[in-house]
Design a protein around this ligand. Structure first.
Ligand code: GLU
Length: 306
């Protein structure tokens, strides 16, 4: 098992980045090919900002109120889920919409939310140190993490899967990973599952899945593994180069990470999710973002108010 926290040689990284850009750009230019679908601002719901003065006793919310805005942790390189536009600095995607619908319920309109990119391995520390008020970024709820942080939700269920090059014919599921170079994000549940259940895979850990995908496209690794929701986004953006294969081999219920002891905030977020699921905004948000990678809107999972 190798573990790297930064991509290998800088030259190689630049080449990989250039290739990825070329791959992504190719989709736009080909005659007769529709432009790649991306989150469409027009179809996104606009969430009603509520008066949340009755929510009292949350240290996190009190601090955000006196600061004037919320700081929300997110991902910036996950298509249709959490993506940052490098030109405008704006974030978009399903997780970003979830953050905005929750923010509106807590009294903060979208202009009063500052997003901050936090990698998978750094989420618990960011919540513990107060770097973010809450975190929305493909964050699986599990008992180990619950010792360190709180989780509202779940608001979506994903499952671990595999991304390979389009011309790959040898990998159909995790049982085919022996001796293969498999990349995932350090600190993620898919990384840990490969390490413990498929020890013959040659596991490589980077900070981000986009670094893994760069390495997959250039042939440095044979597969990228993480949640299907994330992988379908990469595949949808480079359909001529990449494909998602095999069955889902885990359940990844996505929660909103909160500071562990702030139960007032956690329950308020649970309420916000429930309200938006009922009023149809959750479904609209899904269809305008993650739904574009090909899966129809599921029924949202029941919220676990522990
Ligand atoms: N849902 C998994 C996790 O929380 C993988 C995705 C991610 O790294 O954000 O570890």
């Amino acid at each position: 098992m190798t573990r790297k926290t930064t991509p290998a040689a800088p030259g190689r990284t630049l080449l990989a980045a250039a290739l990825l850009l070329a791959v992504l750009a190719a989709g736009c230019g080909k005659a007769g090919t529709p432009p790649p679908k991306g989150p469409q601002a027009s179809a996104l719901p606009s969430y009603q900002v509520r008066d949340a003065a009755s929510i009292t006793g949350s240290l996190t919310l009190d601090a955000a109120r006196s600061r004037g805005y919320l700081v929300v942790g997110a991902k910036e390189d996950q298509p249709y889920l959490g993506e940052k536009n490098p030109a405008t600095g704006e974030y978009s995607g399903f997780d970003i919409e979830i953050a905005k619908m929750v923010g509106a319920d807590l009294g903060f309109g979208p202009d009063r939310i500052q997003f901050k990119t936090i990698a998978s391995a750094n989420r618990e520390t960011a919540l513990q140190n107060g770097q973010v008020d809450f975190y929305v970024g493909t964050y699986t709820i599990n008992d180990n993490r619950k010792k360190l942080v709180g989780f509202a939700g779940p608001y979506f269920i994903a499952g671990q899967s595999l991304l390979v090059r389009k011309n790959n014919t040898s990998i159909h599921g995790p049982q085919d990973l022996d001796g293969k170079k498999v990349c995932s994000a350090a600190g993620s549940t898919p990384y840990q599952r490969i390490r413990s259940q498929y020890p013959k895979a040659r596991l490589i850990g980077y900070d981000t899945y986009s670094a893994c995908v760069d390495n997959l496209i250039t042939g440095q690794v044979d597969a990228v593994t993480t949640d299907n929701a994330i992988l379908l986004g990469y595949a949808a953006k480079a359909p001529d180069e990449l494909k998602v294969v095999g069955p889902l081999f885990s359940q990844e219920p996505y929660g909103i990470g909160t500071p562990k002891n702030d139960t007032v905030l956690r329950y308020a977020i649970d309420d916000a999710l429930a309200r938006n699921e009922q009023n149809g905004d959750w479904k609209k948000a899904y269809e305008a973002t993650l739904g574009l990678s090909g899966e129809p809107a599921p029924t949202p999972p029941p919220i676990d108010r522990y």
